[in-house]
Design a binder for this molecule. Structure first.
Ligand code: OXD
Ligand code: MN
Length: 593
């Protein structure tokens, strides 16, 4: 098949990679349905995909990865900048020429006997001023089909790119899926990503974490915008007014659930609605009116399957009913559908587990789906997808929300005093580990802005970038910054807040604060709601006014302990820590005295 562009920078780079990996055949992905269909058929003929029940799950497929290749590999992820300083203390670093040599040695001849797929893709709607193009070369049809869901692909992307050199190079080689030679390397200065020896989504769908966060965060730093690990949701009130919130949480805090929240009955009855613009990544820029606008650069959801069900997230579940690729879930042979732990009580008995072994949900001791099994679902399937999803200008942001899992420390919600304090609040974000994640429960993991594994440059410079963005905004136009904690526990270890849809009650207060409609009490850590201002209509039996008072309380003695943790965390940044953040820490210290 012939080349789809005359862009010399594109063709030269591809030719160079062809002579490195030596494919038997080259296929350009043109973005047509016919090509996707043909590739699906080919993947089914080799067993790479299995077609699921066409009536129950039309156009849906199942894939299993190698058992040693089921998650992102942070310890094998590198930021390859000329100096270690540019990558900063929170990233693994490799010197670029050394990294290229190592990767090219691994990649050399690795496409022999295989096909090279050339995927032109756009992060963001094609033609939007927010959007950026990428080209991923891969030897995996699974990658092509996932990228076709997660991004906008095909000739239109190349047409929009024209002969520009502003595009991100991505080379993916499956090689032998050897975990000892698995590397995910980002070269921010070269707009380049190289991923070898993996076939798992987060390592190989190069548009997502590698480009839209690691490379893009660096592009944003250089070009005056932001790439953040944030969902975007729109909250519509009964008057039809929509306000948009961007929110960042570490993994296992329910980000996809919040992005697709179903309002409680007492709210939906009055006409409140929640619209999903994105569930994982935001690209944010200043608009002509001086406000910040955000787009979701993705085109689909790469969600964790286990725990997704009719109650936890009916919108996500509905999104998976068509055109979806399931990875490492249970294959129910009775009706040729899929299942995972936490889907429903109908445990399949005649099934195949994620490792491809016969599995009986009623008798097996082992889990059937991998805990990190995934669905790759088109965003258009989502019943609550926002009408602004494709808006090339993005949506105006009223509030940034940070959060984590803290049993006692952080109140249900608090607002920062101002932008710089808000950046401090984001920088000290942390979550306590759950039993499911590791053996050790309650260990505090710092994950500033949920960007620890995704910031493509020095975290200190990233914080300074946040501070600089704030300084460039008029105060009345800058989004307000909040922190939430859905996970407060009583002394018996029970969650005190119902979470899920009821989190809307907190978002409602946040929007009221943004509009200056409600007072708050100033505490040592920021503004906390008066209990009377959190609407408990319909959950008075579940959450008493006393309980609400409890989860809104700020315990200064706990914050004193927290300060030691923050100091220890900050210490590693040395001179890279912005002075403003040290000042904010001093203010907090004084406030909790
Ligand atoms: C994700 C993650 O998969 O943050 O989105 O790990
Ligand atoms: Mn994520």
């Amino acid at each position: 098949m012939s080349e789809l562009t005359t862009n010399k920078t594109v063709l030269d780079w591809i030719n160079d990679k062809i002579s490195l990996v030596k494919p038997d055949k080259i296929v350009w992905i043109d973005g047509t349905k016919e090509q996707v269909e043909a590739l699906r058929a080919e993947a089914c003929s080799t067993g790479e995909l299995e077609k699921l029940n066409e009536e129950l799950l039309p156009d849906c497929y199942l894939h299993r990865t190698a058992v040693n290749d089921v998650a992102r590999v942070e310890h094998r992820t590198f930021i390859c900048t000329p100096t270690k300083e540019e990558a900063g203390v929170t990233n693994n670093w490799m010197e670029p020429s050394q990294a290229y040599k190592m990767l090219y040695d691994i990649a050399a001849d690795s496409y022999k006997g295989r096909t090279m797929y050339v995927i032109p893709y756009s992060m963001g709607p094609v033609g939007s001023r927010f959007s950026k193009a990428g080209i991923e070369l891969t030897d995996s049809i699974y990658v092509v089909l996932n990228m076709s869901i997660m991004t906008r692909t095909g000739k239109a992307v190349l047409d929009a790119l024209g002969d520009s050199n502003d595009w991100v190079r991505g080379l993916h080689c499956k090689c032998a899926i050897d975990e000892e030679k698995r590397y995910i390397c980002q070269f921010p200065q070269d707009n380049t990503i190289i991923s070898v020896n993996s076939g798992y989504g987060g390592n190989v769908l190069l548009g997502k974490k590698c480009f839209a966060l690691r490379i893009a965060s660096y592009q944003g730093y250089k070009e005056g915008w932001q790439a953040e690990h944030m969902l975007i949701l729109g909250l519509e009130n009964p008057k039809g007014e929509k306000k948009y919130i961007c929110a960042a949480f570490p993994s296992a805090c329910g980000k996809t659930n919040l992005a697709m929240l179903i309002p409680p009955e007492s709210y939906s009855r009055k006409g409140y609605k929640v619209w999903c613009v994105g569930d994982d990544i935001s690209w944010i820029r200043k608009g002509e009116d001086g406000r910040l606008y955000a787009i979701n650069p993705e085109n689909g959801f790469f969600g964790v399957a286990p725990g997704t069900n009719e109650k936890s997230n009916p919108n996500a579940l509905a999104s998976t009913k068509q055109g979806t690729i399931f990875t490492n879930v249970v294959h129910n042979l009775d009706n040729n559908t899929v299942w995972w732990e936490g889907l429903d009580k109908n445990l399949p008995e005649n099934a195949v587990d994620w490792k491809g072994r016969p599995w009986n949900g009623k008798t097996s001791e082992e889990k059937g789906a991998h805990p990190n099994s995934r669905f790759t679902a088109p965003a258009v399937n989502c019943p609550c997808i926002s009408s602004e999803f494709e808006n090339p200008h993005g949506v105006p942001i009223s509030a940034f929300v940070f959060g984590g899992r803290r049993a006692k420390l952080a109140p249900l919600v608090y607002q920062s005093r101002d932008w710089a304090h808000g950046v401090f609040v984001g920088s000290i974000m942390a979550s306590e580990t759950t039993a499911a994640a590791t053996g050790a429960v309650g260990v505090v993991r710092r994950d500033p802005m949920a960007m620890l594994p995704f910031c493509g440059y020095n975290m200190g410079a990233y914080w300074q970038h946040w501070l600089d963005i704030g300084a460039s905004l008029d105060e009345d136009k800058a989004p307000k910054i909040f922190n939430v904690n859905w996970f407060r526990k009583d002394d018996e270890g029970n969650f005190q807040w119902p979470g899920y849809g009821d989190n809307l009650r907190v978002l409602d207060w946040i929007i009221d604060r943004c509009e200056g409609k409600v007072d708050a009490q100033e505490t040592a850590i920021g503004y906390v709601p008066y209990a009377k201002d959190i609407n408990l209509e319909g959950i008075e039996d579940e959450v008493s006014v006393d309980t609400l008072g409890d989860i809104l309380s700020v315990d200064k003695s706990l914050w004193k302990d927290e300060i030691s943790g923050i100091e220890e965390f900050y210490a590693q940044f040395g001179k890279d820590l912005p002075a403003k953040l040290s000042e904010e820490l001093e203010i907090l210290k004084n406030n909790v005295k």
